[in-house]
Design a protein. Sequence first.
Length: 120
Amino acid sequence: MYEFALTNTVNNAVQKLCLNAGWSKIHRVMVRVGGMRKVNPELMSFIFSAITKDTPAEGAILSVMIVPPTFYCYACGRRGYREDTEFQCPSCGSRNVQLLSGLELSLEVLEVEGNPFRDE
């Protein structure tokens, strides 16, 4: 299950940030996921709620923002977005394209509780 691997990666990053920053609770996590990854956001949210039990992120909401793939077309010189994952220029239909974005996985927003300026 691909969504499990991605969600586990997100969870590991969130838990590490939480530990290093001294946050006591995570309320919300928003991630950007490239459309080429073809993930199911609802499944990722479900998995997140299961794997965060007994952690500071238990009960946190995972929001998944899907970013459409962006291509540069060598035939017409345009950049464009596609809602599907076809390697094809959205303007002229050429397949002579370069993928500019669509594979990303990044933490965008964390809503947390706790003192980020703890004494070391």
